[in-house]
Ligand binder design. Structure first.
Ligand code: BES
Ligand code: MN
Ligand code: ZN
Length: 496
């Protein structure tokens, strides 16, 4: 969808105009209402619209009014955070789609600045929300009824300061585009997205100035990635490790590292999953999808920060060459791992990816994202991702960033007694706890053994990567959860 900005009312038939709950109509609406002899105001007041935040009211063609009009409630000035404005913009997409217009002009030229945001920034946030919500995954639909084919092509925002609005939007649209890339790779089926095709997506980012290195099985074998390679050994798809670097900060500054679980399909392996719902495991690469989308955002907005993005990529299949429960793997760190459940594979992939990243780059902070445990949805449902960390400052920075953008995090405890639970009788560590609950925590304890004291946070996004219901900003399906959060975290704390 195309989004443009203009300073004069464009000649489109369809107008969307914002109005406040507690203030008079702005210039454009007042003029229209005059032509309509006060009918617009009357229906705004006499219906339950009342310009409440995000409410919409359609005004059909009125005498003397060219085209149709959609009023959107702005609520009150005090409601207007960046996130609230994005949600408002997102509402426009289903609203305009069901009216089946092609182009709409959105007049917010009378929007009032807040303490935190200028009017151009506010309009940019509304546009950003519309952009986020407009993304769809329909590339495989070849047959559709005419009324199922989306019509909306362009939104033109009226703003008193086009240049400032465009500048604010450029930054936000870079983030939205990263989110869209994540949602694309997460939505693609596993016959299309597998380790090598994920690596190919990463290589595309080289055009934007991202340095990309890809290791295949030969290189990883030589380096000793025994845990990651163990997960992929039952699959005909070749496992990959992808290292992306965006170096937009000072040369001397140590990078922030972001590491993603990229299990492109998780059957469970020999400990095979039940068939009911197994299709969901196409999104078991969402952590690495977030890393990919984040790197794209950083490059597009030329972020002034050094970030290393690593994707550990493998497919977890049952076969004659697959790992068995009771196999012992030697990880890159040298620690041996007793595999007691081949379905606890994400932590094996991350063990090597994390160890490699801290050893090679000595990052200030290391953050991993993974659809790691079903247990996290038992604890937190689909509202918060789980946060586990060895560092309070990092936890606070991440939690605050998440609150800011509406990608919420909730920290869970870690500690010695949980850690003891993964001591193995035959190796250094086992890949599942003893079955005494706290499955998400013991998974995090496992990861902590591979970060070598680096300030680290683990985001368990198993409940957040995909939504079966409708999320305000991203609708149904892949959410791209994490891209906006990490952009905010980096911008707020490191791009000063
Ligand atoms: N990929 C799954 C976790 C998952 C579940 C992600 C639901 C998204 C939605 C992970 O590899 C897994 O299978 N975890 C096991 C761990 C168990 C074997 C200790 C689980 O959660 O059951
Ligand atoms: Mn699994
Ligand atoms: Zn998995």
């Amino acid at each position: 969808m195309k989004i443009t900005f203009t300073d004069k009312a464009p000649a489109t038939k369809f107008l969307v105009a914002g109005c406040y709950e507690d203030k008079d109509f702005g210039t454009v609406l007042s003029a229209l209402d005059k032509v309509a002899n006060g009918a617009i105001k009357a229906s705004a007041i006499n219906t339950d619209f009342k310009a409440k935040l995000e409410k919409m009211m359609r005004v059909p063609t009125l005498n003397g009014l060219d085209g149709a009009l959609l009023l959107i409630g702005l609520g009150q000035v005090k409601d207007h955070t960046g996130l609230a404005l994005e949600k408002l913009g997102a509402k426009l997409i289903p609203g305009l789609s069901c009216i089946r217009v092609k182009t709409a002009a959105i007049d917010l030229s009378d929007i009032e600045a807040t303490e935190a945001l200028s009017a151009p920034e506010m309009i940019a946030y509304v546009a950003s929300g519309a952009l986020l919500r407009s993304w769809r995954f329909d590339k495989y639909k070849t047959k559709r009824e005419p009324d199922e084919i989306p019509t909306l092509e362009e939104l033109v925002f009226v703003s008193p300061d086009v240049k400032a609005t465009q500048a604010a939007f450029d930054r936000l649209s870079a983030i939205a585009e990263g989110n869209h890339l994540t949602r694309l790779v997460v939505s693609e089926p596993p016959n299309v997205i597998y380790p090598e095709s994920m690596a190919a997506h990463a290589k595309e980012l080289a055009k934007l100035g991202v340095k990309v290195d890809v290791f295949g099985e030969k290189e990883m074998t030589k380096l000793g990635f025994g845990a990651l390679l163990g997960v992929g050994q039952g699959s005909i798809r070749e496992s990959q490790l992808v290292v992306m670097q965006w170096l937009g900060g000072n040369k001397e500054e140590k990078p922030i590292a972001v590491v993603g679980k990229g299990v492109t399909f998780d059957t469970g392996g020999i400990n095979i999953k039940p068939s009911n719902g197994m299709e969901d495991m196409k999104y078991d690469m969402a952590g690495s999808g977030v890393v990919l989308g984040l790197m794209k955002s950083l490059a597009l907005r030329k972020a002034k920060v050094n970030v290393v993005g690593v994707m550990g990529l493998a497919e977890n299949m049952p076969s004659g060459s697959a790992i068995r429960p009771s196999d012992v793997l030697t990880s890159l760190s040298g620690q041996t791992i007793e595999v007691l459940n081949t379905d606890a594979e994400g932590r094996l992939v991350l063990a090597d990816a994390l160890w490699y990243t801290q050893d090679k780059f000595k990052p200030q902070y290391i953050i991993d994202l993974a659809t790691l445990t079903g247990a996290i949805t038992v604890a937190l449902g689909y509202e918060y991702a789980g946060l586990f960390s060895n560092n309070d400052k990092l936890s606070t920075m991440l939690t605050d960033a998440g609150t800011q953008v509406g990608e919420q995090l909730w920290r869970l405890p870690m500690g010695k007694t949980y850690d003891k639970d993964i001591n193995s009788d035959v190796a250094d560590v086992k890949n599942v706890g003893s079955g005494r609950g706290a499955g998400s925590i013991t998974a995090a304890q496992f990861l902590e053994r591979f970060v070598n004291k680096t300030p680290w946070a683990h985001l368990d996004i198993a409940g957040m990567a995909w939504d079966k219901a409708d999320k305000p900003l991203t609708g149904k399906g892949a959410t791209g959860y994490g891209v906006r959060l990490l952009n905010e975290f980096l911008a707020k704390n490191f791009e000063g």
